[in-house]
Design a protein around this ligand. Structure first.
Ligand code: ADP
Ligand code: LRH
Length: 496
């Protein structure tokens, strides 16, 4: 009797990983999901001339290495699934060839386009028909930038495939468009649950590029024969999972059914709650919340917060200056640093682009008459305290929008390895944080595959399996949270 298994590829903006998941049964009859990491590899932006790209073929190569390794190590997954960051895409020509390297969402080509499109369509009208926060990386702005630049690639493109769908196509030869990724484009109508061809026509974006979306759990097809030959592996079946990494992570949250709040904490911080349908009110637009499609046809009302990108960029800068310093040391330095010396708004637009992060933080401190950070500990403390206060603000806003009241916050993703951040978050919220699992995106990816394999019944069943399989660490708020309350008031006076 074979233990049912599935293979997940989870591609984040800072790293990719392959995890094998096996569904075992304990002696007492309870099911458990056991995961092991097979391969982990860095992911990075590559500057080519004026543009910033992803190294998509390197990602394909790392996925192939992982598939070969899976079978060499004796695992027999029935299916595999791919999830990645949102919004980015590749274009195929009429022969099905990839037209160039996909742009990285931090490419500056979309500068100024939020204002331009709001001027053309009207911000409220655009929000009502897309439900998305106005983020410069949205696929809509990227395509518009290409159109305005007269991109020959766009002119001859036959099909657009979002990153996980593109990699799935390169492995199976089958083109699909997965629903959760489609909802990150700003070109998908959240109420109609269909492509917004009217908006595309208004903006001159060709509607023929877009395939009809399939829901998470859709079986795409087996690995292409030439891939099986190259890797010496059987024709394992590709499944479209909750292909947006955020949605895969939300699927793995070990919460009971009913309103719950979560924070997916990686390069970005996504704080929100699960809904049956999108919330498209003027207040939701005003507070800049997104409605993103998720597993089980849910809509996730969430706020995109700049996240640990700020810390990643400081760390990169210190490394480039020859100061190799790991996350554990940076967190320890922050813990020893002076509390609340200076705060920033993590969502300051100047933090979005790569490079010069410490100078940008110093500039904000100068402009707001706060002391500039003096060393690594000061910088990291400033980032972590500011993020925690921003999370509090977003949670308060989510409660205001939905009328829910949340007793706790579930935190998942690589960022929960930063225990100081989890503690600060509990302090800032004055509510417990339940942290885990770290690899939520890969686990959610596996869970949807087990739904597709008929081994989990639905999303609630999958979440019960997650809760039974992975420990959660609870961070309680302090008895006296008055210092954090005072700082929260200071934060809210400075930034909305
Ligand atoms: P993504 O999927 O967006 O690439 P992850 O979920 O892998 O991001 O989370 C990456 C973040 O996790 C890093 O930016 C870093 O801040 C944090 N992190 C990773 N390892 C550690 C560690 N050992 N200690 C503290 N924080 C860590
Ligand atoms: C997080 C994420 C987020 C945004 C951004 C581009 O990895 O997917 O939800 O879409 O990347």
């Amino acid at each position: 009797w074979e233990i049912p298994a599935a293979l997940a590829f989870d591609l984040g903006a800072s790293s990719g990983r392959a995890l094998i998941g096996r569904l075992t049964v304990e002696a007492d009859g309870r099911r458990k999901l056991e995961v092991s990491e097979l391969h982990r590899f860095p992911n990075y932006a590559v500057q080519v001339g004026r543009h910033l790209h992803w190294d998509i073929l390197r990602l394909l190569h790392e996925i192939k290495i992982s598939i070969r390794k899976t079978f060499r190590e004796g695992y027999q997954p029935a299916t595999f699934g791919i999830d990645s960051w949102g919004v980015d895409f590749g274009l195929l020509d009429a022969d099905g060839e990839l037209l160039g390297n996909p742009y990285h969402y931090r490419d500056p080509q979309t500068e100024g386009l939020i204002e331009e499109v709001n001027g053309l369509i009207g911000s409220e009208a655009l929000y009502r028909q897309s439900g998305l926060q106005f983020m410069p990386f949205n696929t809509l702005y990227q395509l518009l930038a290409m159109k305005k630049a007269g991109s020959p690639k766009l002119q001859i493109a036959d099909t657009l495939l979002l990153t996980p769908d593109l990699l799935m196509y390169l492995l199976t030869g089958v083109r699909v468009c997965e629903f959760s990724m489609a909802t990150t484009t700003q070109l998908f109508h959240p109420v109609d649950r269909a492509w917004n061809t009217g908006l595309m026509e208004q903006l001159g974006i060709p509607p023929h590029l877009f395939l009809k979306p399939v829901l998470p759990g859709h079986s795409v097809g087996p690995l292409a024969p030439e891939v099986c030959r190259e890797l010496g592996v059987p024709a394992v079946t590709g499944v479209a999972v909750g292909s947006h990494d955020t949605e895969s992570a939300v699927a793995a949250i070990p919460a009971e059914a009913g309103p719950f709040a979560y924070l997916v904490c990686g390069t970005w911080s996504l704080l929100g709650t699960e809904m049956d349908s999108p919330l498209l009110t003027p207040e939701a637009m005003e507070l800049q919340f997104s409605n993103e499609g998720g597993v089980g046809g849910t809509y996730q009302l969430l706020k995109n917060i700049m996240g640990l990108w700020l810390l990643q960029e400081c760390k990169r800068e210190w490394e480039e200056a020859g100061n190799e310093i790991g996350y554990p040391q940076l967190v320890a330095a922050a813990e020893a640093a002076e509390p609340f010396r200076s705060l920033v708004n993590p969502d300051d637009p100047r933090f979005y682009g790569p490079g010069g992060m410490t100078d940008k933080i110093r500039a904000v401190c100068r402009e707001t008459a706060q002391p500039e950070p003096r060393n690594e500990g000061d910088f990291v403390r400033c980032i972590l305290e500011s993020l925690a206060l921003r999370y509090r603000q977003a949670l308060d806003q989510a409660e205001r929008l939905t009328g829910y009241s949340f007793e706790r916050l579930h935190m998942v993703g690589g960022g929960i390895q930063n225990r100081l951040l989890c503690r600060f978050t509990a302090n800032a919220l004055g509510r417990p944080v339940w942290a885990g699992p770290v690899e939520a995106s890969a686990i959610g990816n596996l869970l949807v595959q087990f739904i597709a394999q008929g081994l989990c019944t639905d999303l609630n069943d999958a979440r019960r399996l997650s809760a039974a399989s992975f420990p959660v660490e609870v961070y309680d708020p302090p008895e006296d949270a008055s210092e954090w309350e005072d700082e929260y008031e200071r934060f809210c006076r400075a930034w909305r």
